[in-house]
Design a protein around this ligand. Structure first.
Ligand SMILES: CC(=O)SCCNC(=O)CCNC(=O)[C@H](O)C(C)(C)COP(=O)(O)OP(=O)(O)OC[C@H]1O[C@@H](n2cnc3c(N)ncnc32)[C@H](O)[C@@H]1OP(=O)(O)O
Ligand SMILES: O=CC(=O)O
Ligand SMILES: [Mg+2]
Length: 351
């Protein structure tokens, strides 16, 4: 047998570690905002930014120079104590260095021992298979026990290797700590030997050409989504495991329209949020990952038309039944969650 028995799956992995969660906390996580914690100037903005975003992440991995890893770790611990994350409801996460790096052990031990009371989620990069999650799971349980934590810290894996991709279902199911998975399009592209230098988004060479015209006139061609298959498979794996899928980074900070479109495609396919790398991506994620007010109104009409969720009804010429009731419930529940955090959207949903 290669899996734990059902009874053992939810047992703490170390004596004194908190009980694993059976259900994830219901939270709005439209953007995971990346902060480089070694930069004093950016770190100082955290208390002001925290109420305006859903999640702030102290990044210790890629984009942090090797000679600033210790400073970034110290900055992340400072960030944990700069705001009342647990009391005020903004998520506080950290992306640690990979398991095979010289920094992983210190990243995790210092975060859990010195900041574990505020830390919601550890983001694990370059996860190759369930064995990576199992190792981190055991290690974090020992540290949680040592720190006397009463709330378990959750895990978020980045899908950014071909092997991780091929084992995404097993990764999603590896531990009750699993909160979600993000697409890591930059590392994944490199590992797959995709021929792109972009961080996510489309590519002008990846397109479909229409059939030739009899008169020889120019054939239209349309750019396609390089990430469709990957995102769809990630969403299936996550939802099968009862966790959330996230689009990762969109690296062209200056192309707000393309960022918005990529985020929107991910939202429609089932993702809960995306990363924001720069302040100008925060409002895009907020807009895209909050349901559209007209969709919310229509969803609520479906729920009202079928109070017990069964049968058939016609609304504006469109057939509704038990399945569309469930679709409507997804949108209406998300709207309620967003409205509880965002007074402007609450007003738009209730107009
Ligand atoms: C493939 C992957 O792994 S993706 C994840 C790893 N990458 C990251 O985490 C990158 C995070 N983002 C950043 O480091 C920066 O946004 C950069 C380097 C991309 C661009 O930074 P800059 O050149 O400073 O951008 P810009 O000049 O437009 O910044 C405008 C303001 O926003 C601030 N700012 C920029 N990024 C951030 C951020 N992520 N959080 C908070 N503030 C930020 C800048 O400090 C600047 O502040 P100021 O007006 O007080 O001087
Ligand atoms: O870490 C993210 C990526 O795209 O790589
Ligand atoms: Mg990466």
């Amino acid at each position: 047998m290669s899996q734990k028995t059902p009874r053992n799956f939810f047992k703490p992995l170390a004596i004194g570690a908190p009980e694993p969660m059976r259900d994830l906390p219901v939270k709005i996580e439209r953007m995971i905002h990346f902060v480089p914690p070694h930069l004093d100037k950016v770190r100082a903005k955290v208390p002001d930014m925290a109420p305006k975003v859903d999640v702030i992440l102290a990044n210790l991995e890629d984009a942090i120079p090797a000679d600033a890893k210790d400073a970034a770790r110290a900055g992340a611990i400072e960030m944990a104590n700069m705001y009342d994350w647990q009391g005020k409801g903004t998520g506080f996460w950290s992306r640690v260095n990979p398991l095979n790096s010289p920094w992983f052990q210190d990243d995790v031990s210092e975060l859990v021992l010195k900041a574990g009371h505020q830390l919601d989620v550890i983001m694990l990069p370059k996860v190759e298979g369930p064995w990576d999650i199992h190792f981190a799971d055991q290690y974090v349980a020992q540290l949680e026990a040592k720190a006397g934590l009463t709330r378990p810290i959750l895990f978020h894996a980045i899908l950014e290797t071909a092997q991780g991709m091929s084992l995404v279902e097993e990764i999603a199911l590896a531990s009750p700590r699993m909160q979600g998975i993000s697409l890591g399009p930059a590392d994944l592209a490199a590992d797959r030997k995709m021929k792109t230098t972009r961080v996510g988004g489309g590519h002008p060479f990846y397109r479909v050409l229409e059939d030739p015209h009899a008169d020889g006139s120019e054939r239209a061609s349309v750019q396609q989504d390089l990430w469709h298959y990957t995102i769809a498979r990630m969403v299936d794996a996550c939802r099968m495991a009862g966790i959330n899928a996230f689009y990762g980074p969109f690296g062209d900070i200056s192309d707000l329209d393309a960022c918005e479109q990529q985020f929107r495609n991910a939202f429609l396919l089932g993702c809960a949020g995306a990363w924001s790398l720069h302040p100008n991506q925060i409002d895009i994620a907020k807009r895209v990952f909050s349901p559209d007010p007209d969709e919310v109104k229509f969803a609520r009409r479906i729920l009202e038309a079928m109070p017990d969720g069964t049968g058939v009804a016609m609304l504006d010429g469109k057939m509704q039944d038990d399945a569309t009731w469930k679709q409507a419930k997804v949108i209406a529940d998300l709207a309620d969650l967003v409205a509880a955090k965002d007074p402007d959207l609450a007003a738009a949903y209730n107009n």
